[in-house]
Design a protein around this ligand. Structure first.
Ligand SMILES: *[C@@H]1O[C@H](CO)[C@@H](O)[C@H](O)[C@H]1NC(C)=O
Length: 322
């Protein structure tokens, strides 16, 4: 289930533009932080522009620079539950790690600097611009000649950044200070720009993403691990079953998900309150669900009280795929 880190230009050659899946689900329920498609999407068959996504607000938040959920440091729970998510440090191999609805999270860089093969998914292009700018330089990913844009308009695409000097320096420091770290640095960050709710392992495999199967010489679009912080709780509650289904399909047997949920009352989201019972309902068919910890964070962020919360807890779960 583990793979060597994919670095260098070879990885780029895997990348291609994904054809649209015939527009299915375009105007259906929208995803959370990552809007489905923007106003530039193709018209519906009746000639009307596609229904505007009500999650347009996420793009508007990025445009306005109102991204209060963004942390400028790696998420404390990612560090705290490192071993639970990625296994023992000694002898650890590079893993393929998925970050749904990632925004410009520094967690991607944090994991990539440890040599992991990190793939984010984000619907707002502006967020990816910022992420890759911070990481270094964005590489141009050529569209493979066998897919013409006219015949198959792309609904998702993969963007890729190469580490800049700061990231390289940070990695060198990491190598010096963390003895026994067997990693090589992943130079590349890859982000799928598009709607998480539309992804499938096949689609990601077409892009050369996910775990590498040596026998086939190709990736299969599933991941060893995922870090979900603020993703599931950002999607509209009506979309949760679909979100869970997609996430489930993208994790390999034995793979892990570190899920950071919030429980609050009485204000409406986002982030939307997600109870232990709801997590169990969504995932227990395919995962073992383990509550890791629950922390009262009402006083950490003044806006929760301003929005009327009398309770706000951050709750971490470890999901292990059967
Ligand atoms: C994908 O490939 C990995 C590595 O070879 C393997 O462990 C995993 O079971 C595969 N996943 C699926 C769904 O076939």
């Amino acid at each position: 289930m583990r793979r060597a880190v994919a670095t260098g230009a070879a990885a780029a050659s895997f990348l291609l533009w994904q054809q649209a899946d015939s527009g299915a689900g375009v105007a259906s329920a929208s995803s959370g932080r990552s809007p489905r498609r923007d106003g530039a999407q193709p018209s519906q068959p009746d000639g009307q522009p596609a229904k505007v996504d009500r999650m347009l607000r996420w793009r508007e938040k990025w445009e306005a620079g109102v991204t209060r959920w963004h942390l400028s440091y790696p998420h404390p729970l990612l560090k705290q539950y490192d071993v639970e998510l990625l296994g023992p440090v000694v002898g650890r191999e590079a893993q393929s790690i998925l970050l749904p609805l990632c925004g410009k999270s520094v967690d991607l860089g944090y994991l990539a600097r440890r040599g992991h093969d990190v793939v984010g998914v984000e619907g707002v292009g502006l967020a990816i611009d910022a992420l890759l700018r911070d990481w270094g330089e964005e590489l141009t990913v050529p569209r493979p000649h066998w897919i013409s844009e006219e015949s198959r308009p792309s609904s998702i695409r993969v963007r890729m950044g190469r580490a800049g000097w700061y990231q390289k320096m940070a990695s060198e420091q990491l190598g010096k200070t963390e003895t026994g770290t067997p990693y090589t640095t992943a130079e590349l960050l890859r982000v799928v720009e598009g709607d998480f709710l539309q992804l499938s392992p096949q689609m990601l495999a077409d892009f050369g993403l996910g775990q590498f199967e040596p026998a086939r010489g190709a990736t299969n679009g599933t991941f060893d691990a995922a870090f979900d912080r603020g993703a599931l709780v950002a999607v509209n509650p009506a979309d949760r079953p679909q979100y869970a289904e997609v996430l489930t399909s993208l994790i390999c047997p034995g793979g892990k998900v570190l899920l950071v949920a919030v429980e609050h009352e009485p204000f409406f989201g986002p982030p939307f309150s997600l109870t232990h019972e709801q997590v169990t309902t969504l995932f227990s068919d395919h995962f073992e669900v383990q509550l890791l910890q629950r922390e009262d964070t009402l006083d950490k962020e003044p806006s929760w009280r301003e929005r009327g919360a009398t309770k706000f807890e951050e709750v971490a779960y470890l999901l292990t795929k059967r």
